[in-house]
Design a protein. Structure first.
Length: 94
């Protein structure tokens, strides 16, 4: 078990176990769905996810293209890319 500090957080993680778990997921939720919102998110995810968060995901062993879910935060702007939010993974707190 490794441990890292991220602003405001202390994270304990098992990178090999995380990599193994994500290896069993062949495609992320947005890519599997294929609706307009999910296609929009998939097209820009690497541009809108902050680089420091992408680095954290890499360190933890979480591929940024394996989101669990994507949803709109504002129904009045259904085709507006910035309103899509990607959920990278679930987190367990102890």
């Amino acid at each position: 078990m490794d441990e890292i500090e991220f602003p405001g957080w202390r994270i304990k993680y098992d990178r090999p176990a995380t990599v193994a778990a994500y290896d069993r997921i062949s495609i992320g939720g947005p890519d599997a769905c294929g609706c307009a919102a999910c296609r929009n998110w998939a097209a820009i995810r690497r541009e809108v996810i902050p680089t420091n968060f992408q680095s954290l995901l890499d360190q933890l062993g979480i591929p940024p293209d394996r989101e669990i879910e994507v949803y709109h935060t504002d129904d009045s702007l259904q085709d507006c890319i910035p309103t899509a939010l990607g959920i990278i993974s679930s987190v367990t707190f102890r």
